[in-house]
Design a binder for this molecule. Structure first.
Ligand code: PAF
Length: 276
């Protein structure tokens, strides 16, 4: 496995392997990331994992400085599952000058996660477009746990006619249902035992919707109360259309239930796709 830090070195290395698939990450690699790499590997001649903690997508209250940087351990894990290249640029390499040209997603960037974290998706879309330009992958893999991010990036690729296939991989869960995330490591043992409730609550909403309930607002309020009763601080639990994350109409059948809530310090995200 090659560990590459500069764009010049990356371009020179990839010249002979054009058919590559990119897995963009911010590092602190866990089982969920490894599944994305497994998804990528059979789809191209070379799997490139980028590791870059992107300041542009963090808000003033988000903990950019404290985001875990674990490059050596990450490389060991990635090597063990056959990743070909780790591209780990530093900030000066990725942003050699102030990034005044940015990608401004429009439509869903200011609802749900975008409402809680203004400017977040601009930062995500900008860095991902830059990574696409640097790596020039034929495809890129993203995890559905960050559902809204997936939609933002799919739309960017489609509307800007990027020659990159966007592949979405299913959320990886612990045995008790908790969606894997770098943030889980900040849960205390008591919080970790409580954490699977978020997935359970989404499942309860999904079951009610599947059995024909259209009173989404009531279901959302009940789910929110259920979490609050167990010490969570929910930002949203909501039933949306999959295509654009707007409120569903009665005849919409492809839905997703999204939830985000703080448990202690960590803020956990999860979602569940359903077809009715
Ligand atoms: O999902 C993430 O880890 C990040 O948002 C991404 C896509 C790597 C962009 O920094």
């Amino acid at each position: 496995m090659e560990l590459i830090h500069t764009v010049a070195e990356l371009r020179s290395y990839l010249k002979s392997v054009p058919n590559n698939v990119l897995v963009p990450t911010m590092g602190n690699v866990h089982e969920g990331h490894l599944r994305l790499v497994e998804e990528a590997s059979p789809r191209g001649a070379c799997t490139v994992v980028s590791i870059f903690v992107n300041r542009l997508q963090f808000g003033p209250k988000d903990e950019f400085d404290r985001y875990p940087r674990t490059l050596q351990e990450d490389c060991e894990k990635l090597q063990s599952i056959g990743c070909d290249v780790v591209f780990a640029p530093d900030e000066a390499e990725l942003y050699p000058e102030p990034q005044t040209y940015t990608v401004q997603p429009s439509g869903i960037e200011d609802i749900l996660e975008g409402a809680v974290r203004p400017g977040h998706f601009r930062g995500v879309a900008t860095v991902v477009l830059k990574l696409f330009n640097m790596v020039q992958p034929r495809a890129a893999v993203f995890g559905k746990k960050d559902y809204q991010q997936c939609l933002v990036l799919q739309t960017m690729a489609r509307q800007l006619a990027l020659p990159v296939e966007i592949i979405l991989a299913e959320t990886v869960r612990a045995a008790d249902g908790l969606a894997l995330s770098s943030r889980n490591q900040y849960l205390t043992p008591t919080e970790r035992a409580e954490a699977p409730r978020l997935a359970r609550v989404l499942l309860e909403v999904a079951d009610a919707v599947r059995t024909g309930t259209h009173a989404y607002t009531t279901l959302e309020a009940e789910a929110t109360t259920e979490l609050e009763r167990h010490g969570w601080r929910p930002d949203y639990i909501t039933v949306r259309r999959r295509t654009d994350l707007q409120m569903p109409h009665l005849d919409d059948s492809e839905l997703v239930i999204l939830g985000a809530a703080r448990l202690g310090t960590p803020r956990l995200l999860d979602n569940l796709e359903i077809t009715i």
